[in-house]
Ligand binder design. Structure first.
Ligand SMILES: Nc1ncnc2c1ncn2[C@@H]1O[C@H](COP(=O)(O)OP(=O)(O)OP(=O)(O)O)[C@@H](O)[C@H]1O
Length: 359
């Protein structure tokens, strides 16, 4: 069942259009994450769903009802902000109860819901404190608690973890995942953080200058990015991208990369034209080999040992360094000459002019 439906949603500030005809059907219970570079329109889109930003065009439906003109309080959704937006003069309990009180909810119901949310979020010991007497993570929990007690049909999160330190981010990310598994509430979540997007999302929407670049499950975006933009945006470290050429000989499509020619699999039924392409290879799809089999070779300029794996950066003579994933205890040293070749089943080919995927 569709919980939130966006059809041809547009936003303009004066003559400047920042959101262009966005179509998304968000399923009931789905966790949808909006990602994209700074200024791509993530917050604007979220704020339009929340009712905090006027919609310039299109239809926004929540629970099957057109809500374009409804104020935030009548949309049956709750938003959790980056800066928590708690009332500083109220206690945690008062902060959580405030929205319900304003609606005239029965006192017993308020108490029961606040107690329940406080247990779920483990903030019961702080109910009588004020926000200033809490840590960042505790404040974030209160902000979520305030949203939960309203029992809205959907939750909207605007970079909720970006003010927390690294360890707390991980902890709160797990909390949010657990909470979602338990409540199965429809959620739209804006983040800059790759790991948050990959781990929390049922589907990720990648936005690029106010347009949807791709929408799909995290691993689909990772393994089959529809465009060079998505390929470069999803995945850390970034996918290696190399200039190459598409050639067509006797009906056979091939890629010419440096002095090699390789058949392009899975491109047979496309209307392809010869020309410049970009080949993408993820760091984990490059394997060390002997010089005779190598596609690339170069001096190891930097080795980043992360504990779980090691990333090596090779100087191949091109402007860009080649990132290669090694095992965590790989016996490599800066200055070593290293040869690698790609896993041919995992290379990505994009048309240079349009950036669209060709294989
Ligand atoms: N009030 C405004 N008037 C004019 N332009 C605006 C206004 N608010 C936002 N914009 C523009 O709309 C675009 C989208 O902004 P938005 O804040 O949604 O981006 P974002 O993807 O959330 O960015 P960030 O990740 O940096 O928060 C930007 O180009 C921004 O400059």
């Amino acid at each position: 069942m569709t919980a939130i439906s966006l059809r041809e949603i547009r936003k303009s500030y004066g003559s400047l259009q920042v959101i262009h005809d966005i179509d998304i059907e968000i399923e009931s219970g789905e966790f949808l994450v909006l990602v994209g570079p700074s200024g791509c329109g993530k917050s604007t889109l979220l704020r339009m769903i929340a009712g905090l930003e006027e919609i310039s065009g299109g239809r926004l439906e929540i629970g099957g009802k057109l809500v374009n003109a409804l104020p935030p309080s009548q949309r049956d959704i709750a938003m959790v902000f980056q800066d928590y937006a708690l009332y500083p003069h109220m206690t945690v309990l008062e902060n959580m109860a405030f929205g319900l009180k304003m609606r005239g909810t029965n006192q017993a119901v308020i108490q029961q819901r606040v107690a329940q949310a406080a247990d779920v979020l483990r903030i019961r010991p702080f109910l009588n404190r004020r926000p200033a007497q809490l840590s960042g993570g505790q404040r974030q929990r209160v902000a979520m608690g305030r949203a939960i007690v309203r029992e809205p049909s959907a939750f909207l999160f605007d970079e909720p973890l970006s003010n927390l330190d690294a360890a707390l981010r991980v902890e709160m990310r797990l909390e949010i995942a657990k909470l979602h598994n338990r409540m199965k509430a429809t959620t739209v979540y804006v983040t800059h953080d790759q790991v948050e997007a990959m781990t929390l999302a049922d589907r990720i929407v990648v936005l690029n200058t106010g347009r949807i670049e791709q929408i799909g499950p995290p691993l689909e975006l990772y393994h089959r990015p529809a465009s060079l933009f998505v390929a470069r945006f999803i995945g850390s470290p970034t996918m290696n991208t190399l200039p190459a050429e598409l050639v067509i000989q006797g009906g056979e499509v091939a890629i010419r990369l440096k002095d090699r020619t390789i058949a392009l699999k899975g491109a047979a039924d496309q209307n392809l034209r010869a020309g410049a392409v970009t080949v993408g290879i993820r760091p984990e799809d490059l394997a060390v080999c002997n010089p005779e089999e190598a596609w690339f070779g170069g001096k190891l300029a930097v080795a980043e040992r992360l504990g779980t794996q090691t990333y090596g950066y090779l100087e191949t003579g091109d402007a860009r360094m080649l990132t290669v994933e090694f095992s965590r205890d790989a016996a490599i040293n800066v200055g070593d000459l290293i040869h690698v070749r790609p896993n041919m089943d995992a290379i990505h080919v994009f048309e240079e002019a349009s950036g669209r995927r060709l294989n």
